[in-house]
Design a protein around this ligand. Structure first.
Ligand code: MSP
Length: 519
């Protein structure tokens, strides 16, 4: 059975409202999903929420709510947020769902039966804020722990550990043999450097009930709940199992084999999109967990950078935040989607400024794309009564170049570069208007045929742009199609081939795509 292109995002802690960083990651995954669908692939896009663990328990406690009720209330906001961003996710996982909890327990049982865990007592310095024990290596030169760990206390406790050390060399070899496994390459080099210079300590996969009860109980010892990261990472497989994925179901005899599986399989994931702060979990722990589970590894871990605002860390406590919902309400979702992907390539860190956002809105969306479409279609309406003239190929090569580059860049998830290629066509077509001056041609009856050529090239460029832009700006791209009088949907990259617009066809009503906002 064929396999779907399976892409995931990190699942967000549901301990507050979504911010710019969360939005950015989800938009990356959505654009890749839409791009792959446009390329003709079947896609399964998963996002969702990480609801267990200390962070969420503490947040619930602070509001005097029971954690489940707290999560249920916030999950509504987060799901609405996914809609607001116009994500085309195929499922939305919440780690408190029974389908996930049961799968985590089945996985734990399997690994425990296979002798992957052992119980041991440990005394160490514990950061509740980061939910982690710290070692001597974590101390600053002055002997203290970094303030980011919050209060650090000495703690002795029994726990279950997952044996990692035995897999260290295997993982190094795997990463070296698979250069695309961790992208960009500097993140891959960091992981390799870490693995080569440190001995992996075993991973503590439990938390004693006495310290934390908001988690999935260990199936083999009711005195413990599952460590939140073990629980969270497993979402990528629990949801695939819920959709009947054969590879996952047959790897675990504790799971019910599916009886009615008619869907193409999912596992292994093609891309896990994550931020740079959680690389170790995805590129070290997760591969080893999968190996122990008898499952193949994801094809790629795609790591994006962090957004700052006005050069400082985004932080609720200092009020230095960007509220994506407010931006979208004011400027439209497409402007927001465009800005984050055009401004920041997948990898480095970025900086949000109001001025930067406005400037790209005005220059690239308003004066660039919006103006091109509006003047092209308005002139076609005015000079030719909205009837598409005979075909002409003057901009065909420019359009083909943009389409070819976009196709190749989509296959490599190079979204910022794809936008740059697409804007080469926007700029070329705008320059073409200036060069050919159709408003002058229209005054001279002897130039009627030349005007026809120019108007066809412009309208057809707009159509091609709608197709290329569809993954990024779905609403805008649909508007361009309808202003062109086209009924279909611009969602197949194959339709970017020059000459799709048929002579004799009537266009619709031109209307500004990105209204000016300079008052
Ligand atoms: N719950 C874990 C992930 C579990 S995945 C199995 C988590 N949650 S989080 O809410 O803290 O972060 C979710 C995602 O948002 C992460 O990929 C993180 O890197 C990303 N971002 C959080 N703040 C960010 C910025 N300021 N900028 C860009 N992305 C950021 O970690």
């Amino acid at each position: 059975m064929s396999k779907r292109f399976y892409i995931t995002t990190a699942i967000d802690y549901v301990n507050g409202q979504p911010h710019l960083g969360h939005a950015y990651e989800k938009i990356i995954a959505d654009v890749i999903s839409r791009a792959r669908r446009s390329l003709g692939q079947e896609v399964f896009f998963l996002t969702g929420l990480d609801e267990h663990g200390q962070k969420v328990q503490q947040a619930a406690l602070a509001e005097k709510k029971n954690p489940q009720e707290y999560c249920d209330a916030l999950a509504v906001d987060w799901q609405n947020f996914a809609k607001k961003l116009e994500l085309t996710n195929d499922d939305f996982v919440r780690t408190t769902q029974p389908r996930h909890k049961e799968f985590v327990q089945a996985t734990l049982s399997k690994l425990n039966d296979a002798g992957q865990f052992y119980k041991a007592s440990y005394t160490g310095y514990y950061s509740a804020k980061e939910e982690t024990f710290l070692t001597e290596k974590d101390r600053l030169p002055d002997g203290k722990f970094d303030a980011s760990y919050g209060e650090v206390v000495e703690l002795k406790e029994d726990n279950y550990y997952f044996k990692l050390g035995a897999h260290q060399q295997w993982l190094i070899d795997y990463i070296e043999a698979n250069p695309d496994f961790i992208s960009p390459s500097y993140r891959r080099n960091e992981v390799l450097g870490f693995l080569k210079n440190n001995t992996l300590e075993d991973l503590c996969i439990s938390r004693p009930l006495a310290r934390l009860n908001w988690g999935i109980p260990l199936p083999f010892d009711k005195e413990f709940v599952t460590y939140v990261w073990f629980d969270a990472l497993v979402n990528y497989t629990s949801v695939a199992a819920a959709h009947g994925d054969e590879i996952i179901l047959s790897a675990n005899k504790n799971l019910q084999p599916s009886t009615s599986n008619l869907q193409p399989s999912l596992w292994p994931a093609d891309i896990h999109v994550i931020g740079k702060d959680i690389v170790k979990f995805h590129a070290v722990y997760w591969p080893i967990m999968l190996k122990a589970m008898g499952l193949p590894l994801p094809k790629q871990i795609l790591v994006h950078g962090f957004w700052q605002k006005d050069g400082a860390r985004i932080s609720k406590s200092t009020g230095n935040v960007v509220d994506p919902i407010a931006i979208i309400n004011e400027w439209g979702v497409d402007a927001f989607r465009f800005y984050v992907l055009r401004e920041l390539d997948i990898g480095p860190d970025g900086n949000w400024t109001e001025a930067g956002f406005r400037s790209r809105y005005q220059a690239e969306l308003g004066n660039g794309l919006g103006n091109l479409v509006n003047r092209s279609l308005s002139m076609l309406k005015r000079y030719r009564n909205g009837i598409v003239p005979a075909k002409s190929n003057e901009l065909a090569a420019d359009a083909a170049k943009a389409a070819d580059e976009t196709r190749a860049l989509f296959q490599q998830s190079q979204l910022q570069s794809a936008l740059q290629s697409i804007w080469c066509l926007v700029n070329r077509a705008n320059k073409y208007v200036d060069e050919t001056a159709p408003f002058k041609l229209a005054k001279d009856p002897a130039q009627a045929q030349r005007l026809d050529e120019v108007l066809y090239n412009l309208a057809e460029s707009c159509r091609v742009l709608a197709v290329l832009l569809n993954p990024f700006l779905p609403g805008t791209s649909a508007k361009i199609y309808s202003q062109l009088g086209l009924t279909g949907s611009p969602d197949k990259l194959a339709d970017a081939t020059w000459g799709g617009l048929q002579p004799g066809q009537s266009i619709g009503e031109p209307a500004p795509l990105f209204p000016r906002k300079d008052v």
